[in-house]
Design a protein around this ligand. Structure first.
Ligand code: NDP
Length: 338
């Protein structure tokens, strides 16, 4: 009989904030790879806010998860059996794989990563998708210029913390918005932000006015909702607003209604543009090279919140909506030498 492993499937479509009962922990056979496939032991699993959107049965830029299907996200693993000429036993790989202890992956679904080049987890954070999201959203849509004021929400998270640091590299004044005093101290003391606002304690409109005496040129939006509403009255002429995420509304049951933005955009000739990282897939090499260089030069720092154990994946996912993480949230599933 085949060896067994644990998997996590979507049992129900969450209504509002997801709960444990929306997920099912299943025992399933590990299976064996066929030609052109490898068996991968999962080491790290990335938990990300966008996965919440995939749990709803709605049309989006990425198809929804099906009920009773294993949930997938970014995974780092080690090849433990190979029927591929491209991958050998022991290779460390990254891919979009299942929330399960082992995966059978096709060659084209994974790529090798070099544990000697950077800590492997960096491939899921600073030099991975979250770093690239910050890079392209800020530089391509935000177009920062030295001396401008940049405001970033979700500032102590994986994307936000990178956005703020790249904005500093570009010579701007950076104001972060985050949910605890500890995060605000981290932004200023560790990452070099010029100011930080604790949105759970402070009155955001007046705190923003104080922190941005010259108005706001770029607002990198990770959260939406009332935090973003407070930004619009402070926009400068030709402001740019990359819309990266709207986590404050991901668990809303009703449509999120706020002040209308049109007059603010007209008055300032501002540009507000949504994007997904996939829009930049043909430029990943450029972004990865720049991020790695800044990292090596000590200009970029990154933090990870690592939860231990397969059984705690859902806790780590739900923690994103409580703000329990600083930097990239990952789950360590296996302790493996590589
Ligand atoms: P984070 O590491 O930033 O984790 C989520 C953070 O969001 C939490 O730590 C919490 O911090 C904050 N948060 C949670 N609920 C709320 C709320 N109601 N109001 C305000 N802040 C809240 O996640 P990522 O860096 O991975 O993602 C950040 C955003 O970027 C998300 O909206 C995500 O969907 C989006 N994204 C978009 C991509 C794209 O291609 N467009 C790609 C990757 C991410 P706090 O303590 O400050 O509340």
């Amino acid at each position: 009989m085949s060896q067994m492993q644990k998997q996590i499937k979507l049992a129900k479509r969450p209504i509002g904030t997801p709960v444990m009962e929306d997920f099912a922990f299943i025992d399933a056979p590990i299976g064996t790879p066929s030609n052109g496939e490898v068996l991968v032991r999962t080491i790290y699993i990335s938990v990300d806010p966008y996965l919440r959107g995939r749990m709803q049965d709605v049309k989006s830029y990425i198809p929804p998860f099906q009920l009773n299907e294993v949930i997938t996200s970014g995974v780092i693993g080690q090849v433990v059996d190979s029927k591929s000429e491209l991958f050998a036993k022991g290779d460390v790989i990254i891919g979009n794989l299942g929330w399960q202890e082992y995966s059978i992956a096709k060659e084209k679904e994974i790529r090798k990563i070099d544990p000697k080049q950077a800590p492997v987890t960096a491939n899921l954070s600073i030099i991975g998708l979250t770093g690239l999201t910050a890079y392209f959203g800020l530089l391509d849509i935000g177009q920062p210029k030295a001396g401008e004021t940049v405001v970033v929400s979700g500032a102590a998270g994986a994307v936000g913390a990178t956005v703020g640091q790249i904005a500093k590299i570009k010579g701007t004044r950076v104001v972060g918005i985050a949910g605890t005093d500890e995060k605000c101290r981290y932004l200023i003391n560790e990452l070099g932000f010029d100011a930080a606002i604790n949105y759970k304690k402070e009155d955001v409109p007046s705190a923003l006015e104080k922190a941005c005496p010259n108005g706001i040129d770029i607002y990198f939006d990770n959260v939406g909702g009332s935090i973003s509403d407070a930004v619009f009255p402070l926009l400068n002429k030709y402001a740019r607003i990359p819309i990266c995420g709207a986590i404050s509304s991901y668990n809303n049951v009703n449509i999120d209604m706020g002040p209308r933005v049109q007059t603010y955009l007209i008055k300032t000739s501002a540009l507000m543009k949504g994007f997904t990282l996939g829009d930049y897939s043909n430029r990943f090499k450029e972004g990865g090279t720049a991020l790695a260089a800044w990292l090596n030069e000590g200009k970029l720092k990154y933090e990870e919140t690592i939860t231990e154990g397969f059984d705690h994946i859902i806790d780590a996912f739900l923690d994103l909506f409580k703000g329990a993480n600083i930097g990239k949230s990952l789950v360590k599933v296996a302790d493996i030498k590589y």
